[in-house]
Design a protein around this ligand. Structure first.
Ligand SMILES: *[C@@H]1O[C@H](CO)[C@@H](O)[C@H](O)[C@H]1NC(C)=O
Length: 389
């Protein structure tokens, strides 16, 4: 595990350019460590195992924290009693909010005071929102209305404000108004968006003045850098790349022999898949750019190939976990039409978004993950295949 901290890395410690600057920088560095722990397989693998990033945690956190040289016991120990305001663009079972929630719980574990704000709250009572809020409250995360004096007070008092996603930038002017300049130096802006229509001043005009930006891949960071410069004539702040990875804990549940057998049987039965069938799955919110279309095309092509070459292989299935017919209807409708058109309904299974992903990891044989091709951002994602078992 990680080396003990050097004393100069403690909050308010020696060196740096003034305590405020130093503190901000330190917070950023340690958040990198957190984010390295806050990992996903796809974007949905959160919730079931939220106590990530403990002492026994894996390599990425160790590397990140070792680099910062600022670790005391828990890598986040220094965040004890700090006030952190998390601003989420929405609260749903999609990657962005779930990652932020995980961060909230990690901070709670080390004794931070955590306040959560959801900028776009859906009007209708929503079971998902309700249960996620409930989960946060039960972890001691305070949930506040996005607007109003209390939100402003917390932003002013906070030691750190995390704005989650580019879209959340709308919250700044709308709520903080004149106070925006006071809050900007404490903002870590965690950006997950990868596509062009988010490059709008409406969202990101304050980006140059925040303490730092955190982006999920080098390709995306590069894309943000050039797009904001070329199109918006603004400069990115200090930007940190923190990859999302697979959740080690979820993988361990999925690998546990007894649990795995039970979960595997249960899920396979619910999908109508035999135990000897071969199951590929992609676990992501179904949306354009996440690669489910390519996954299904590849799956269909391999079925054709098997048929043409008369290969003897087990019956194959494709499982798409992350379906949401309320949200990305057009894209998902296209996927479903593709399936029907090619008559592969019996072998393609759509599963609604869920926090309980471990059973699917246990039930499948191959997890498919998307990735972006370097230097050619708009190119289609390609896939990494690796055996789950
Ligand atoms: C999946 O979600 C849709 C709405 O998006 C809902 O109608 C359906 O009942 C859900 N299916 C399951 C099995 O929960």
């Amino acid at each position: 595990m990680v080396k003990p901290p050097s004393s100069s890395a403690a909050p308010g410690g020696a060196g740096g350019r003034g305590p405020a600057h130093h503190r901000t920088r330190l917070l950023l560095l340690l958040l990198l460590a957190v984010a390295a722990c806050a990992s996903t397989a796809g974007f949905l693998l959160r919730g079931a195992m939220l106590d990530a990033c403990d002492e026994a945690r894996g390599d990425s956190s160790a590397v990140a924290t070792a680099r910062t040289g600022a670790v005391a016991g828990s890598p986040l120990g220094f965040m004890r009693s700090k006030l952190v305001l998390l601003v989420s663009h929405e609260l749903s079972l999609s990657g962005g909010p779930l990652l932020l929630m995980e961060l909230a719980f990690l901070l709670r574990q080390v004794g931070s005071q955590v306040v959560w704000i959801t900028n776009q709250r859906s009007e209708e009572t929503n079971d998902v929102t309700y249960s996620l809020e409930h989960k946060m409250l039960s972890h001691g995360v305070q949930v506040l209305p996005a607007r109003g004096q209390e939100a402003i007070d917390n932003a002013l008092k906070a030691d750190l404000v995390v704005l989650n996603t580019a879209v959340a930038g709308k919250w700044l002017d709308a709520v903080l108004k004149d106070h925006v300049p006071q809050v900007l130096p404490k903002i870590l802006w965690w950006i997950h968006e990868m596509r062009g229509h988010y490059f709008k001043l409406e969202y990101v005009k304050h980006l140059p003045l925040v303490a730092g930006a955190m982006i999920d891949s080098h390709t995306t960071a590069e894309y943000w850098k050039t797009r904001t410069h070329d199109r918006l004539k603004i400069q990115m702040p200090q930007t940190y790349v923190v990859h999302l990875g697979n959740s080690k804990e979820l993988m361990e549940v999925a690998e546990d022999n007894v649990a795995r057998r039970v979960l595997r049987e249960h899920i396979r039965e619910s999908l109508g898949v035999w135990s000897e069938d071969l199951v590929f799955a992609i676990i992501n919110s179904v949306s354009r750019g996440k690669g489910q279309d390519l996954f299904l095309q590849a799956f269909y092509q391999s079925l054709q190939l098997i048929q043409q070459k008369k290969l003897k292989v087990p019956t194959m299935h494709a499982v798409v976990v992350g379906s949401d017919m309320n949200a990305q209807t057009k894209f998902e409708t296209q996927l479903r039409e593709f399936v029907v058109k090619n008559a592969i309904q019996d072998q393609v299974h759509f599963v609604n978004k869920t926090l309980a992903v471990a059973p699917y990891l246990a039930a499948i044989d191959v997890l498919v993950q998307n990735s972006q091709v370097s230097h050619n951002f708009d190119a289609a994602p390609f896939f990494l295949f690796f055996p789950v078992h």
